[in-house]
Design a protein around this ligand. Structure first.
Ligand code: SF4
Ligand code: SF4
Length: 93
């Protein structure tokens, strides 16, 4: 049996996007004091990026792993699960 790569497994996932209702928001004032910018490395989906010296997150593709909640400076991001019926639908374990 062929084993799927991580990228292949992620490609199987589906997202029910709650348009206009991001479940992650960023306080870029606090991000300006964050020199490590771990978000750029730790998000398994690579959703964080730098833009105009600030940080943006493409929240619609969130895997809801919670890693960014742990590594971010206190208060720098607001994170909650998407409301019921929205968010990621895992289809491979
Ligand atoms: S919860 Fe996980 S997948 Fe979602 S943005 Fe944070 S690190 Fe990325
Ligand atoms: S989102 Fe979190 S890790 Fe990224 S720059 Fe802001 S505080 Fe730092």
């Amino acid at each position: 049996m062929n084993r799927l790569s991580l990228a292949d497994k992620l490609a199987l996932d589906k997202f029910a996007v709650d348009e206009g209702k991001p479940h992650i928001s960023i306080n870029n004032e606090l991000c300006q004091t964050c020199t490590d910018r771990a978000c750029l490395r730790v998000c398994p989906a690579g959703l964080y990026s730098e833009q105009d010296n600030g940080i943006i997150v493409e929240w619609a593709g969130c895997l809801e792993c919670g890693t960014c909640r742990v590594v971010c400076s206190p208060g720098a991001i607001t994170w909650h699960y998407p409301r019921g019926g929205f968010g990621i639908v895992y289809r491979q374990g």
